[in-house]
Design a protein around this ligand. Structure first.
Ligand code: GLU
Length: 493
């Protein structure tokens, strides 16, 4: 076999990242997953950092697997994350439509061009026949590729198959003896032999355009200059280059980022916990936390702090995309989430925790409560416990904590309750009165108060917590331990 070497479409040394037109091209077959979000993010950043454009294309030619609800969900999740596109299904321009299911005319035209050159042929093989041939090749230790069964059918043979009512798919005639080379801007120089690539389907039996074909045609006709996608597509690239070459269309530069794996090194999946945007959003993770983590997965940056999307675009460098698998770990996501919560304004925090907070909470109490609990909150579920403690019925201390209350004594709490009556929810006035009565100070002073008021020995700062509590609750929680019989009882609620 003589392998002719072709010029590579994008010479590595010359790949430039100027005004890059990039795209995110999801298939709407399920929820948007972290791996895909990272691809979308990197493409957005590559476009923004180079003064280019970012395009969203929905790859829904596979009618069996694509769902409109998934497409709508993808758009919604991307918007929620703040990943914004310049052109897409809801922002059409002259290069659209941006939904492949609406591009049948474009594909028909290019398919006809392949047909005119004799570069496609009908294939009548049934899924069962293809599967058997595949198994036979695997059993013989060969990589499975289309055996070429229908490649050289005569017009008569083809007519006979059609007469049997078999609707053919159409395959691209892969040239033999060619070497296909390109420079991947993440992985470096790539070289494939066309003889290792079987003739592949460009048009399905139902007339729809198949992936290798529609994907390549659209990248060219939408003016995409840089294709940045998951490593699972690296081996598809030579097929797409062959299609582009046959059609005389320009090839983009390709870069394939390593896949996301879980902490155990296995490809990221359900068993690693919540990995779809919808799940993470429902649990209360914020866009900023998710994006800051993904920005560092498979992309090294000297910027270690929490970044906005604009700052990420300035710090993004496609030359720093990694080849080794990037590990996703929920613990790291929690670290970024903590940072995101720390940066929230009180108004944003109130919206973020809306479902956890009591409905009729007044402005003053909400603000005091958020000031008190936010430093200890990573997810809304962490706030729920404190909502119950502050706004619910008086919490009953554990047997062990109740001892601290008993030791302080009834008079201590009588003085504290009276101060609460006079001062409202002012912790310093309450503590001063209890100190004057008992001579206690430090932990000995504050711990019994904390236990009486919250039922816990630990938790958020007490002063703002009290300001959030209804005034009568503060008084009652202290007063319940103010009679000697009550202070002896551990469960005097
Ligand atoms: N629809 C393909 C996918 O979701 C797109 C691949 C590509 O980015 O070229 O995997």
């Amino acid at each position: 076999m003589s392998a002719k070497s072709d010029t590579s479409p994008a010479d590595g040394a010359r790949i430039e990242f100027v005004r890059a037109v990039t795209r995110f091209a999801p298939s709407p077959t399920g929820d948007l997953h972290l791996g895909n979000v990272r691809t979308a993010l990197f493409n957005l950043l590559l476009a923004r950092s180079s003064g280019g454009r970012f395009v969203l294309r929905i790859e829904d030619t596979d009618a069996d697997r694509s769902r409109e609800a998934h497409a709508a969900g993808l758009l919604e999740d991307l918007r929620w994350l703040g990943i914004d596109w310049d052109a897409g299904p809801d922002r059409e321009d002259e290069r659209g439509p941006y939904r492949q299911s609406e591009r049948a005319g474009v594909y028909a035209e290019h398919f006809a061009a392949l047909q005119r050159q004799g570069l496609v042929y009908p294939c009548f093989c049934s899924p069962l026949e293809l599967d058997l041939a595949r198994r036979a090749q695997l059993a013989a230790g060969r990589p499975p590729r289309y055996a070429g069964t229908c490649r050289d059918l005569s017009p008569e043979q083809q007519a006979r198959k059609r007469a049997q009512g078999i609707a053919p798919s159409w395959r691209f005639r892969v040239p033999s003896g060619r070497r296909i080379e390109f420079h991947d801007f993440v992985h470096g120089p790539q070289s494939f032999l066309s003889d290792d690539i079987g003739d592949f389907v460009v048009r399905r039996a139902d007339g729809s355009a198949a992936f290798f074909f529609s994907n390549a045609v659209d990248d060219a006709s939408m003016g995409i200059t840089h294709v940045l996608r998951g490593e699972d597509h690296l081996a598809n690239t030579p097929r797409q280059l062959l299609i582009l070459e046959a059609l005389g269309l320009p090839a983009p530069a390709y870069g394939h980022v390593s896949l996301l794996v879980g902490p155990d090194g296995a490809p990221l999946s359900k068993r690693h916990g919540a990995t779809s945007v919808r799940e993470l959003r429902e649990r209360g993770f914020t866009p900023g936390a998710i994006l800051n983590l993904l920005f560092r997965l498979g992309h090294s940056s000297p910027e270690h702090g929490f970044l906005t999307l604009e700052e990420m675009a300035r710090a993004f460098d496609p030359r720093h995309l990694g080849r080794s698998p990037a590990r996703f770990d929920e613990q790291q996501l929690r670290v970024w989430q903590k940072e995101a919560v720390h940066r929230m304004s009180l108004a944003d925090a109130r919206r973020w925790l809306a479902t956890a907070l009591p409905r009729d909470l007044d402005e003053h109490s909400a603000e005091a409560f958020l000031q008190a609990v936010l430093p200890n909150v990573v997810l809304p579920e962490d706030a729920r416990e404190w909502v119950a403690i502050v706004f619910g019925p008086a919490p009953v201390p554990s047997e062990e904590d109740a001892r601290l209350v008993r030791d302080a004594g009834a008079d201590f709490f009588a003085a504290a309750a009276q101060a609460a009556e006079r001062s409202g929810n002012d912790l310093s006035a309450i503590a001063a009165a209890a100190r004057a009565q008992s001579g206690r100070k430090g932990a000995a002073l504050y711990m019994p108060l904390r236990v009486a008021l919250t039922g816990r020995t630990h938790g958020p700062e007490l002063a703002p917590l009290l300001r959030a509590m209804p005034a009568h609750a503060v008084r009652e929680r202290l007063a319940r331990f103010a009679s000697s019989s009550a202070s002896k009882s551990t469960d005097a609620a």
